[in-house]
Structures are given as C-alpha cells and as structure tokens.
Design a protein around this ligand. Structure first.
Ligand SMILES: Cc1cc2nc3c(=O)[nH]c(=O)nc-3n(C[C@H](O)[C@H](O)[C@H](O)COP(=O)(O)OP(=O)(O)OC[C@H]3O[C@@H](n4cnc5c(N)ncnc54)[C@H](O)[C@@H]3O)c2cc1C
Length: 469
C-alpha cells in the first residue's frame, strides 16, 4: 500500500508529490500524457530546432514561488534567465510603458503625472515582499500569516477592483499596463480583488523579475520530476485515470485535475457543480526569421510584451470573450519572446514567439488574422518574419490538457469570490468529501500560474491527515 498517489504531472501535481516524498511518504504519480509538465512543457511545435512552450513561458510566479524557492531545482537543471526588462507595454505612438526590476524606471515610463502615484502604490509592499507572497499564497489557513499586519494592509488595497486602483493614475500609460496585468488571469477589470492580481504581478517584477526557464518551461517540470525520482517517487506517464479503481491502493489520492474531472473520477456527485469555468484563449506559436520588429525599442528588450492600445480596448476585449460570447477584435494579446533572454530556443538568428488572445469558452473559430493585424499595429512587418505557425483554439487546448475546460487556461473563472475562494468557499479547499481524496490543481488557491503553491498547500493538508491516521 502506497502512502500517496498523485494524478496529473503539472507543476502542482509534481510539487505535491515532491513535498510528500521529501517527508518520507511513498509516492507514485500518474500522468495522462506521454511526458510530464502539464502547463509547463516545451515542444518542437513548428520546425526542427524551434523549441516552443505550448503553455506557460514567462515565470514571475515561478521565480517568486516560496515552494519552488525551497526546493533544490537548480541542482536538477532549472535556470531562470532574465531579459533586460521583465515586461513592456507598447503604444501606438511608438513609445512603451515598462515593468522593470527598478521601481524608478517603471514609474518614469508612466510619465511625470503618474510616477509618484505608482511609487506610492508599490513601495510600501516591497520591503515585506517575501513574507507577503508566502502569506498571500498560503491562504486560506494552510499556514498562520507570518506578517498579519502586512497581509491585512495588502488586503485593504488588493481586495479593491483594479478599476478603483487605476483611478490613482491620471494617464493612459499606467492604466493600460495595469489593466493588462489583470488580464493575465482573465479577470474582469472591475471584479472583486482584481487589484491584488495587478499588484502581485508588478511586485513580482520588482522583486525577482519575470524570467523564462533556460531551454523552455519543460525545465521546470523536468527538474521537479527528477527530484521526485531521486527521492524515491515513481512517475508513470501515458496513464489517463478515469476511475479511482484505476489506481493502486494508497492512503491518500491527490488530484492535479479540474474539479469536474475529480468529481467524476472519485464519485463526488454534485460537489463541484457550482464551479464555473472562464473564457478560453486562442494561442499561436510562431517560428520567426528574426526578432519581432517592434516599433517601441523597449519591447525588443522584454521577454513579455502586452498588446492593447489602452485600458478601454483591453476591457472591451475581456468583456467580449467573457460576457458577450464573441471573439474580440482587436484582441488583447499577451506575447512572449523567450529568445530575448534564452538563445537556446531557436537556430542562430531565428526566434520562437507566442501570442494569445481571449475568446469565449469552447470557441471554435480562427483568431489568427485578428491576432496578426493587432501585432502589425505595434510591430509593422511582423507577418514577413513568420516562417511557420502552430495555432490552438479552445478545443485544441482542452484536448491537449483536460484541466483547460473549454480552453480556460486558468482551470476556472477568476471572477467573483472564485478568484480567491476556489474550488468552493471553504477554509479547507484542498480536502474533498472523500476523506482520502484531495485536490491540488490551479482550481485551488492561489489559482493559475506555474508556482506549485497549490500543490505545496495541498501536500500540507495531506501530510497532516496522514500523520493523524
Ligand atoms: C497557453 C497557456 C499560456 C500560459 N502562460 C503562462 C505563463 O506564461 N506563466 C504562468 O505562470 N502560467 C501560464 N499558464 C498557466 C499555467 O500553465 C497553469 O496555471 C499551470 O500549469 C497549472 O498547473 P497545474 O499543475 O494546476 O495543472 P496543469 O499544468 O494543467 O497540469 C495538469 C496535468 O494533469 C494531467 N491530467 C489531467 N487529468 C488527468 C487524468 N484524468 N489522469 C491523468 N492525468 C491527468 C494533465 O495531462 C496535465 O499534465 C499558461 C497556460 C496556458 C495553457
């Protein structure tokens, strides 16, 4: 009899497995696909020698993750690589606002009217960032806050809708960049606690940057899997779990799956029937003949580039996809050009590049033309650099990974209370009605992103239960 079986080898399943194996529990992990990684993998999707990240590529949450930072992942090959700038947000006039490691450079890029407001927004939290990120990502109640006062102060600001925070800014540059940050989790700009989303991404940039993983995001997963094996854990791929009976006997089962799949597999009935999924994305991976020809020079120095002319355009794109059931035109785009920091991704002189825009859940249209028209507004001549492209809309994204229901890469809507309290409002979100079954995917706090903190928190719930029994 094993101590723990983990289902799903995404960053959270792998982290949960590692955390438990480190504490001397016997662990076996089962993954549906033929490689580990889930949303942190790397493949030659287009042409030989072009190493694409089909899902995550930029890692502000990974490099700042208290769980990852406590593991010896560098020893297993993980290397974070930083560009000159973590992120740039270009405008139609050829200039750009930037998210730099330096608060001063970031504030200056917003212009004189908003520089002070930005400093006043972020600076109080930066000296306490390491404690704050740990406390925030361990909510609710998996650990007592180390700095309850700091967390409460952050809550007072972060629980506000991002639209309230943006009122502190007078010009469009800061507003557009901040709105774009919130859109990374596909949250409605006026939603409860969306201020925290924007703030976390901004603070993460100032604290440790938004790096890429050398060789691709697969390096994150491979490091976790190699460490797990060294700790005595077993990894089984090509093993799609459909029923609890498919798994060997164990004292606990931890699911890195959607709540819907977990309910089906573990026979939990309607337990997660109220769980809501969000809009999908349409993603394009490009092999390029050279760097993206951005007009704004700052965009050529950043690994992540947000594309949205202003806050209104970004808000309209989010509304179209999440509320109006139609594809946005122009779409708001998140793009990543790993080659700015990592020369290993493509043959000499060439680049890999990805872009995605939000579309309604399950949308089966083709957004390629709208994406490329939007790119051409900020990088004229982009299309001439394209050697090959691989597109994936919601049906393909959901087929690649069962957690992305309807193409929702957040594995659950980031709106209303569900942004923070997921998969159900509960002080024990990782537990289920089955005493031996737990959930650890990004459908649990702290939500989407490659950070392993859902896996870390769930593992804690598991080892507490196992030590009691
Ligand atoms: C296009 C895209 C871009 C993204 N960009 C970023 C980014 O730049 N930065 C960032 O931090 N995050 C990004 N994300 C989000 C990030 O990838 C996810 O939030 C993260 O991977 C979630 O981790 P997880 O372990 O919860 O689940 P996943 O990574 O989704 O892994 C779940 C795993 O479980 C497996 N599984 C599911 N059901 C079963 C079953 N029944 N049996 C066996 N195995 C099963 C799946 O095959 C998968 O391997 C992106 C995601 C996508 C899709």
């Amino acid at each position: 009899m094993l101590d723990v079986v983990v289902v799903g080898a995404g960053p959270n399943g792998l982290t949960a497995a590692v955390e438990l194996a480190r504490r001397d529990f016997s662990v076996a992990l089962f993954e549906a696909k033929d490689t580990v990684g889930g949303g942190a993998r790397t493949e030659e999707l287009t042409l030989p020698g072009f190493r694409h990240d089909p899902c995550s590529a930029a890692h502000p949450l990974g490099v700042n993750s208290p769980a990852f930072r406590a593991l010896p992942l560098e020893r297993y090959g993980l290397q974070w690589l930083h560009a000159d700038l973590p992120m740039a947000h270009p405008f139609r006039d050829g200039t750009a606002a930037v998210l730099s490691r330096s608060v001063g450079e970031t504030a200056a890029s917003f212009g004189p009217r908003d520089a002070g407001a930005y400093r006043r927004l972020v600076q109080p939290f930066l000296p306490r960032w390491d404690t704050l990120v740990r406390d925030f990502m361990s909510l609710p109640l998996t650990a007592l806050p180390r700095d309850p006062v700091g967390l409460a102060r952050f809550g007072l600001v972060g629980l506000q809708p991002s639209t309230w925070l943006m009122r502190r800014f007078r010009d469009e540059r800061a507003r557009a960049l901040f709105a774009g940050l919130v859109a990374h989790v596909m949250a409605p700009l006026g939603g409860f606690a969306t201020g925290a989303v924007g703030l976390v991404f901004a603070l993460a940039a100032h604290a440790r940057g938004w790096p890429v993983a050398r060789g691709g995001s697969q390096a994150v997963s491979d490091a976790l899997a190699a460490y797990l094996v060294d700790l005595g854990g077993a990894v089984h791929t090509d093993y799609d779990v459909k029923r609890l009976d498919d798994l060997p006997p164990a004292r606990a089962y931890v699911f890195d799956t959607s709540p819907t799949a977990l309910a089906r597999i573990a026979g939990l009935g309607n337990h997660y029937a109220n769980y809501r999924y969000g809009p999908g994305v349409f993603k394009i991976d490009y092999a390029l003949d050279g760097p993206v020809p951005w007009t704004a020079s700052e965009a050529r120095r950043a690994t992540t580039v947000q594309i949205g002319a202003d806050r209104a355009e970004i808000g309209a794109a989010l509304r179209a996809a999440s509320r109006e059931g139609r594809a946005p035109d122009p779409p708001f785009l998140i793009t990543v050009q790993p080659g700015v920091a990592d020369p290993t991704r493509a043959p000499a002189g060439k680049q890999v590049f990805w872009a995605y825009g939000h579309v309604p859940s399950g949308w089966s249209g083709d957004l390629t033309d709208a994406v490329e028209r939007q790119l051409e507004r900020f990088a004229p001549g982009f299309r001439d650099r394209v050697l090959a492209r691989a597109t994936a809309g919601p049906p393909e994204i959901a087929a690649r990974n069962a957690n992305y229901v309807g193409g929702d890469i957040g594995s659950g809507a980031a709106s209303g209370l569900q942004l923070l309290l997921r998969p159900r409002p509960s002080l024990f979100p990782y537990a289920t009605p089955h005493p031996a079954v737990f959930i650890c995917s990004s459908a649990t706090p702290p939500g989407p992103g490659v950070h392993g903190m859902s896996g870390h928190n769930a593992a804690k719930a598991v080892w507490r239960r196992l030590r009691q029994s």
